[in-house]
Design a protein around this ligand. Structure first.
Ligand code: FES
Length: 105
């Protein structure tokens, strides 16, 4: 499954991802800058914040209540905001573009 990470500096990093891992883990394991993931994937820190276009959002599970609550606390939240640790990689996500914010907060 190929996932493209677009970092804030405008660079695109294409990464081969195994289904089962989360987008946060894929980014972290490939040294993609822009994700802190302080809580290690517990949906408790919101420092794995990413933006995913509506076109791809429709292929994802909806935000859980907890994910929505975490994102609401963020000042950089957009309609396309997601927590990358809550998104498991599936074959349906082949080619997905994940945009990273300038910083996590
Ligand atoms: Fe902490 Fe995703 S890693 S909420």
């Amino acid at each position: 499954v190929q996932i493209s990470f677009k970092t804030f500096d405008g660079k695109t990093h294409e990464v081969e991802a195994e289904p089962g891992a989360t987008i946060m883990e894929i980014a972290r394991d490939n040294g993609i800058e822009g994700i802190d993931a302080d809580c290690g994937g517990q949906c408790a820190c919101a420092t794995c914040h990413v933006f995913i276009d509506a076109e791809w959002q429709s292929k994802l599970d909806e935000r859980s209540e907890m994910e929505g609550d975490m994102l609401e606390c963020s000042t950089i939240v957009r309609a396309t905001s997601r927590l990358s640790c809550q998104i498991p990689v599936t074959p349906a996500l082949d080619g997905m573009v994940v945009e990273l914010p300038e910083f996590q907060e």
